[in-house]
Design a protein around this ligand. Structure first.
Ligand code: UD1
Ligand code: CA
Length: 453
């Protein structure tokens, strides 16, 4: 079987009431079109063909070289959309078609459809295989009409349904696997609907009239969720979040309240880690084992080793080595790296800096462009004055130094190993190892100074 796929993504998404094309709306951090592509990609060797139209610049720039494109200049319906892709499907014998606004479809379900098609492939009359599903609330979906013999006879769009057809609960998710030769012959003959569109779904009645066979398989309810407005978007997102949370829970992560925990599916979490309510974990974040995250923390593109704690804190492109802790109300910005066992308490901010093992930074501090040695104590209110309005400058603090409360370290500056700064010092010159400076501007506390005190 030589298979390719067509993903329909040209529609306006009118009901989204948005400037953004519908398929670019994100779910769990990825645009809907990305979910559609990832479902299809593992199943086909060829590049899928994405049919683009409304907002196509955005769609193309996101999808890039993961797909071929067919442009639908006038949005004349799903049948017309697939027609635009036909010229790029010359070399295949089987065509999978999905809609980009069905972001919950999994590869497993698509695989089931392809397997069904393959199992009936020997039947020369086979026109297509398709998924159907049954739901109490049929609103918004095409109805699957079956004849007295139980065979599918047509898909009728909701707007065209008779009152009796409106009662049908077997529905069309919009996922089909076509015999490519049959599709090429028949798609151009799809009639124009009353609405002036060419419905892909009309191919079903056409196949039946020709005595062709159609096979169907059940799709799981969670897979077949069409997103047409922002209510649907939120509901689809909740299903995706639950899927991701379930995977982590079954792998040994405690999630106290999955409903208020947002974990993108790129995130890795070690066993025996506990997520308290209100956590947002995004991007390339990796969290080790035995960590405690939250309540209420946002961690983006960050790596936390085993045994870390982050409480009411915000981390972005940061690293924490084993048993480091932050919060409540801490912030790690790009390039912040806390060494093993670092303790960062409330209202601390670190950016582009390394804090060595055992550093204590309990309260109200800003450390930027700094390298801080092991076991340094950073007193409350310490600030690295790293920016003069034009340049960023570096602060270096040696091991075991003691930075007194409210010290201003005016960079570039080096504080030597074991050195101390007095409370309120404004340090403008390097501090030699094992000495003490104090005052504004800070000066060395010599023996004479000590005697005079
Ligand atoms: C469609 C199906 C319906 C099914 C439902 C499942 C048809 C005629 N109807 O209805 O049976 O139950 O999906 O969600 O197929 N698109 C284009 N070009 C167009 C029109 C649409 O690319 O000219 C794309 C849209 O971007 C979207 C998809 O096709 O991704 C479906 O279009 P939409 O208008 O949402 O169809 P539904 O009314 O939901
Ligand atoms: Ca739809």
């Amino acid at each position: 079987m030589k298979t390719s796929a067509v993903i329909l993504a040209a529609g306006y998404g009118t009901r989204m009431k948005s400037d953004l094309p519908k398929v670019m709306h994100p779910l769990l951090g990825r645009p809907m079109i990305d979910w559609a592509l990832r479902a299809v990609e593992p199943l086909i060797a060829a590049l899928p063909v994405v049919v683009v139209g409304y907002g196509q610049e955005l769609v193309r720039s996101f999808v890039g070289e993961r797909a071929l494109y067919a442009e639908q200049q006038e949005l004349l319906g799903t049948g017309h959309a697939v027609l635009q892709a036909l010229p790029q499907l010359d070399a295949v014998d089987t065509v999978l078609v999905t809609y980009a606004d069905m972001p919950l479809l999994t590869s497993a379900t698509l695989h089931k459809l392809l397997a069904l098609y393959a199992a009936h492939q020997h039947d020369p009359a086979l026109a297509l295989a398709m998924l159907t599903f049954t739901r109490d609330n049929p609103q918004g979906f095409g109805r699957i009409v079956r004849g007295a013999n139980g065979e599918v006879s047509a898909i009728v769009e909701e707007v065209d349904c008779t009152p009796a057809q409106l009662q049908i609960r077997e529905l069309n998710p919009g996922v089909y696997c076509f015999n490519a030769a049959w599709l090429r012959r028949n798609l151009p003959a799809v009639p124009k609907s009353a609405k002036g569109e060419y419905y892909l779904t009309d191919l079903v009645a056409m196949a039946v009239k020709q005595g062709r066979s159609i096979v169907t398989a059940d799709a799981p309810l969670d897979d077949v969720y069409g997103v047409n407005n922002r209510l649907h978007l939120a509901e689809a997102e909740a299903i995706l979040r639950r899927r991701v949370a379930e995977r982590h829970m079954l792998a040994g992560v405690t999630i106290i309240d999955p409903a208020t925990t947002y974990i993108e599916d790129t995130v890795e979490i070690g066993a025996d880690t506990t997520l308290w309510p209100g956590c947002v974990l995004r991007g390339a974040t990796v969290i080790g084992r035995h960590c405690t995250i939250g309540p209420y923390s946002q961690i983006v593109d960050s790596v936390l080793a085993d045994g870390c704690r982050a409480v009411y804190s915000v981390l972005e492109q940061a690293r924490m080595d084993a048993h480091a802790e932050i919060g409540p109300f801490g912030r790690l910005r790009k390039g912040a790296h806390l060494g093993e066992g670092v303790h960062m308490g409330n209202f601390g901010e670190v950016k582009d800096s390394y804090l060595g093992p055992g550093v204590k930074m309990g309260h109200f501090s800003y450390i930027g462009n700094a390298e801080v040695g092991a076991n340094v104590n950073i007193g409350a209110g310490t600030i690295t004055c790293n920016y003069d309005g034009v340049h960023k400058s570096k602060t270096v603090i040696g091991d075991n130094a003691f930075i007194g409360s409210d010290t201003m370290l005016v960079a570039p500056i080096t504080v030597g190993e074991g050195a101390r700064t007095g409370a309120g010092a404004v340090v403008t010159h390097d501090v030699p190892a094992h000495t003490t400076v104090y005052g504004v501007p800070a000066r060395l506390r010599t023996d004479a100074a000590r005697a005079a005190e």
